[in-house]
Design a protein around this ligand. Sequence first.
Ligand SMILES: [Zn+2]
Length: 202
Amino acid sequence: MKLILIGPQGSGKGTQAKLLASKLGVPHISTGDLLRGATGKLRAKIDSYIVAGNLFPDELMLEILEKRFSEEDCKNGWILDGFPRNLKQAKMLDEITRVDKVVEISISDEEAVRRLGGRVSCEKCGAGFNLVTMPPQDSEKCDKCGGKLVQRADDTEEAIRKRLEIYHRETEPILTRYESVKINGEKSAEEVQKDIQRELGI
Ligand SMILES: [Zn+2]
């Protein structure tokens, strides 16, 4: 099965993609992980865009994905996470492969703001916590090293709402291109995963 998982930030999409991938025995292909893990010539190419502050070209992402899809572990399918983020990318993807279904994990904007607004990390060791979903013992101190917990600058409510708006405007329209299932993401991770598997009939 070739699946795309979409959902706004805070929907738990990455966690669900991993769980589903292990259930189906297919790889979870996260474009973020692919870019972070790249080595050699590809690494240099990716860095040249990032260092120059340029937008990462869709063509290069497609090239990376096409190569990944050709690997042995993808012969029974994959779960794609992080791409496509807009209709243009979806059209490009459709030129190199056939997507069976899109799984949309849906949460309200309010819930996304609540979840993402709770994210904090340790100034000293970088450990991440969430005051809402994974609270540390002391809301101001790191459980691991006692360092001060701070919110990321891009996790202000304004910044979160802006990212959600882009998701609604640019990413959701890809649903018009594919058969899709919509899952309520405002439940526990286990329940969400059960709902996904039931909707997919697996
Ligand atoms: Zn710490």
